[in-house]
Design a protein around this ligand. Structure first.
Ligand code: ZN
Length: 301
């Protein structure tokens, strides 16, 4: 029967599938579904239909999609826990589970698309725990389609008035931005054309970076503009914004990821959950918002 899977230990992979036999069933308590069990007569291992599921071992699997949608809709983790009547720990575990899932799906999505010929990139600033510990998110988007191609998060030292205070309180803070931009460029190398057209803000560090990774590219830097007074600093006051695709995407991140809201009291406490949250948003942004994939299908759970 086609419904009988192979033994997950891999022992019967090359042998007859009949080595695996049905072995009763059980009712899963988390969603009351009847789950078929199996036994491998070769190695004696027991397993079930659920052993192959992406959400194997989860007690709150029914919350995966709901939490996914709320996380990309500007709802805080605490409020999600309250709305869904579950524990905050459940929400934070889902954030890391969904983040890992999204990272893989984003990776596949990137490689499955035709090579990109026009991109824009820039840094978006946020912080971990306090403004004295700033973080920089470098974001690369495709011009026109606004597909997010990649992002990287880096620690950076505080500047301006906060620099001295930050040093006094937390000591030396390494600037990881150069490494993180290198990682970003290495990651997008396989998905863009060699003769890609690259646009960004004017930053003296960007040109050598671009020349190093894409010697045949066409690079154009635009003078930075002041942000609009009201609302998002990413949407510019002047009529035509040459970096519209990028700035619009940054504004969407700020509007939909709670911890990136301006003047929010939800902040990032650690870097990894921020990365997970961004991966989850990128998946939703690229697939559901921009391409209209049904949201139930987007996680492929
Ligand atoms: Zn086996």
């Amino acid at each position: 029967m086609s419904m009988i899977p192979h033994c997950p230990s891999g022992c019967s992979q090359r042998q007859n599938v009949r080595m695996v036999v049905r072995f009763g069933h059980f009712y899963r308590s988390s969603d009351r579904r009847k789950i078929q069990r199996f036994k491998c007569t070769h190695c004696g291992r027991h397993f079930s239909q659920a052993s192959f599921s992406k959400s194997f071992g989860q007690n709150k699997r029914h919350l995966n999609h709901k939490i996914f949608l709320l996380l990309v809709s500007g709802v805080s983790q605490r409020r999600i826990a309250r709305l869904l009547k579950c524990h905050l720990t459940t929400v934070s575990r889902k954030l890391s589970f969904l983040g890992e899932r999204a990272r893989w799906l984003n990776h596949c999505h990137r490689l499955s698309r035709p090579k990109v010929s026009e991109v824009q990139f820039d840094d978006l600033e946020t912080f971990e725990h306090t403004k004295l510990k700033p973080l920089s998110v470098t974001l690369m988007v495709e011009k026109g389609s606004r597909q997010i191609l990649a992002f990287e998060v880096a620690r950076m030292p505080a500047n301006g008035l906060l620099a001295r205070k930050s040093f006094k309180k937390y000591g030396y803070r390494k600037d990881e931005r150069a490494d993180s931009r290198n990682r970003l460029f290495r990651r997008i190398k396989p998905v863009v054309h060699d003769k890609v057209h690259i646009e960004s803000d004017q930053n003296p560090l960007y040109l050598p970076l671009v020349r190093n990774f894409f010697p045949d590219s066409n690079y154009q830097a635009f003078k930075g503009q002041r942000g609009a007074v009201t609302g998002q600093g990413e949407l510019k006051k002047i009529g035509f914004d040459p970096l519209f695709s990028l700035n619009h995407t940054c504004a969407m991140l700020r509007a939909n990821i709670n911890r990136l809201f301006r003047k929010t009291w939800c902040t990032t406490k650690k870097i990894q959950p921020l990365i997970d949250h961004l991966e989850i948003y990128v998946l939703y942004h690229n697939k559901v918002i921009l391409r209209g994939v049904p949201r139930k299908r987007c996680l492929k759970l």
